[in-house]
Write a protein that binds this ligand. Sequence first.
Ligand code: SF4
Length: 363
Amino acid sequence: MTESPQNALLGLDIQELSQLAQRHGQPEYRARQLFDAIYPQHLDTLDSVSTLPKQFLTALKNEGVEIGQPSIEKRFQSIDGTIRYLLAMADGETVETVWMPEGDGGETGDGSEAGDSDWERATICVSSQVGCAVNCQFCLTALLGVKRNLTAGEIVGQVTAILNDRGVDLERQRVNLVFMGMGEPFLNYAQFMKAVRLLVEGVGLPASRMTVSTSGIVPRIVDFGSEPLRPKLAISLNAPNNTVRTQIMPINKKWNLELLMQAAREFPLRNRERITFEYVLLQGVNDQPGQAREVVELLRGVRCKVNLIALNSGPGIEFNTPAEENVRGFQSVLMQAGIPAFVRRPRGRDIYAACGQLKRTVA
Ligand code: SF4
């Protein structure tokens, strides 16, 4: 898959910036100045970097180097305050990134419902690929196929572009990140992990406020467990058994529930950490009480919680949103078995910003 052809500073770590400074005959500390400008200050043009000498900036610009923050093409604002952004990369490819003020629908792991605190807390839902190859049958992004991976800089750039657009002051406002936008982060693992390190060490967002969701790329779940710096893990489960899971998530043919649950059971959790299992409820497919009991058996032995999401249906999706009572019924079976289960309030449904709805719709 081709990478973006951009000549961007965003995405370079301190060693790579040192090499760049060295190549231009600049002292070592210029690398740190560039790093500070790009990440903690998230400046978006070279001209706004006041700490660097003009001659160095001109030399960079003559080489076609830019900071490389994605540009905001469109904003769609929901009545609930959610904003869906259409962001363009240097090569013209676009992805969607979602800003959710007032909480996050429960991804933080503290069990709180979305919208139960003031606007000082917000979540950004970040994309990792242009489109997605995983082909979950209930997901609008899947209809796009996958165009290419995003670079680490393009992943970080979504966050910095939105922090700038929202005027966020990280000293005062708490921002969570969820890597649950377009794409499967674990199919773009190296760039995704590099982005995480830059977001933590550069932008200053703690890894404990980040969650990555995977459809179940088992070998990468194992790798992820041994990362010294990592977000929390969410697994998109969506089914009580292999028959249903293969029907709605073809990736299950490659890594079935036995393999997936083994990886989950062996995943090295930190103190008080839980794995989140995401479960999109589809009417008549996976929302029955007996299926909830199967899920209880499946999750036995894993320190976890479950986020239930009533399907956000859309054009081209053959499934329906389950009745509210089925959602509550499913939740209570899990809760009675001692599994914390939360019903996530859909955010931005009216603007196609909710889970599984990111499709680069332009209207
Ligand atoms: S749900 Fe996630 S992994 Fe599945 S097709 Fe959609 S974007 Fe890809």
